[in-house]
Design a protein around this ligand. Structure first.
Ligand code: ASP
Ligand code: MG
Length: 427
């Protein structure tokens, strides 16, 4: 039988008992005849605690040292899980990301995996061991430094290992039973999705659903790895993230996919408005070039029609709040050159997104969405769309109401409460 790759998140590894429970689960799979490779996250809120510690030591920790610090969290988990497995009479070998061959680029804090060379992992499997790999970390090919993959990056470690090992499936164990139609912490009546396509999951993850790391879904899609998101606290079948065609089993080929996959929200963004930009060729290019040079990832961009009298226009865009300071500084530097009037910064915003592949073929989704927001008294700040998504920026305090109203308007509420949040602090 083939290789099963599993990933256990921090809330599934919160303390010694949790680690023993996870070890028993892993051993069950081994007993059933599979080879098992497990990627682990740091225990509980360890990563946040480590970051708090760093902030207490210095306001500006060097990126290299932050990665050394954060990567320690996953090392603790991997060793403890391996010990718990040996206590059950099975042998396990733990490896750091670097030892497991997770090769990344050189960007500290948000490194991308560029290759996985799992020689030591396959050797250990061949010798009959269960393999435990520290998630969220790798080693840069160029600098030889330890890197981390960005918050939530252990998911990506798991899927990258699954691809490199040609595993049958990558199981992502978390503290809820799967991917829900909305965050159960906000919408208790959210429904579990049995299946969701890679592209819908990509939009959900990009729009703030924290259940899966965005790049893990990209990886899964590229290599065709089925991802099974499920709870480590129950035996329930979770959500399968699969290709579009995989959504229709043979008996279901005549059935339509649901129109809407879910409602996602994101409170991690800020909005910058560049006020009074001269309406001339090349101005937007100059502004966005400055932001690109500063390595800022932009999300929504809106340019107003310029006022006829003044020939001036406003350009607004959203970006991660953590990049706010850097972006403002980069833009301030080109004020004279561009000749804009001033900059406005607003981090009291939230983004609410409606996602579903069925949008392509069903008219009227947008009007229903906006009607739901209106009836909940939610004012819309910005709008952006893709083929299978509509997103709006709203006031930070209106996010919960907007999510609930939208969820109800699209009949996504379950009859009985299905969503159980088993653990985690949601931090
Ligand atoms: N421990 C890291 C984090 O908390 C990585 C992960 O959990 O996937 O972000
Ligand atoms: Mg974590």
């Amino acid at each position: 039988m083939g290789i099963v790759v599993q990933k256990y998140g921090g809330s599934s590894l919160a303390d010694a008992d949790a680690i023993k429970r996870v070890a028993r689960r892993i051993v069950e799979v081994k007993k059933s005849g599979h080879d098992v490779v497990v990627a682990v996250s740091a225990m509980g809120d360890t990563t946040d605690d480590l970051l708090d510690l760093a902030a207490a030591v210095t306001p500006l920790p060097p990126a290299r040292e932050l990665d050394m610090l954060q990567s320690a969290g996953e090392r603790i988990s991997m060793a403890l899980v391996a010990m718990a497995i040996s206590d059950l009479g099975y042998t396990a070998r733990s490896f750091t990301g670097s030892q497991a061959g997770v090769i990344t680029d050189a960007q500290h804090g948000k490194a991308k995996i560029i290759d996985v060379t799992p020689g030591r992992v396959t050797q250990a499997i061949g010798e009959g061991h269960i393999v435990i790999v520290a998630g969220f970390q790798g080693v840069s090919q160029d600098t030889k430094e330890i890197t981390t993959l960005g918050r939530g990056g252990s998911d990506t470690t798991a899927v990258a290992l699954a691809a490199a090992l040609e595993a049958d499936v990558c199981e992502i164990y978390t503290d809820v039973d799967g991917v829900f139609t909305a965050d159960p912490r906000i919408v208790p009546s959210a429904r579990k999705l049995d299946r969701v396509s890679y592209e819908e999951m990509l939009e959900l993850a990009a729009c703030g659903a924290k259940i899966l790391h965005l790049r893990c879904v990209e990886y899964g899609r590229r290599y065709g790895i089925p991802i099974h998101v499920r709870s480590s606290f129950s035996q329930l079948e979770g959500t399968w993230v699969v290709s579009d065609t995989g959504l229709q089993g043979p008996e279901e080929t005549t059935m339509e996919q649901p129109i809407i996959a879910g409602v996602a929200h994101d409170r991690s963004e800020a909005k910058i408005t560049v006020v009074g930009v001269p309406d001339k060729v090349g101005e937007a290019a100059r502004i966005f070039e400055a932001l690109a040079d500063a390595q800022i990832n932009l999300d929504m961009i809106v340019q107003n029609v310029s006022a006829a009298a003044t020939s001036l226009t406003d350009i607004s865009f959203t970006l991660p709040r953590t990049d706010g300071q850097v972006a403002m500084t980069a833009l301030a530097r080109i004020q004279a050159e561009v000749g804009y009037d001033k900059l406005l910064y607003d981090d009291k915003i939230g983004k609410v997104s409606l996602i579903g592949a069925g949008m392509r073929s069903h008219p009227g989704i947008t009007s229903k969405f906006f009607a739901a927001l209106a009836s909940a008294g939610v004012n819309i700040g910005m709008i952006s769309t893709s083929e299978i998504r509509i997103s709006v920026v709203v006031d930070e305090n209106a996010v919960d109401d907007a999510v609930r109203a939208t969820h109800t308007a699209f009949d996504l509420d379950a009859d009985e409460v299905e969503a159980v949040v088993y653990g985690g602090t949601g931090r």
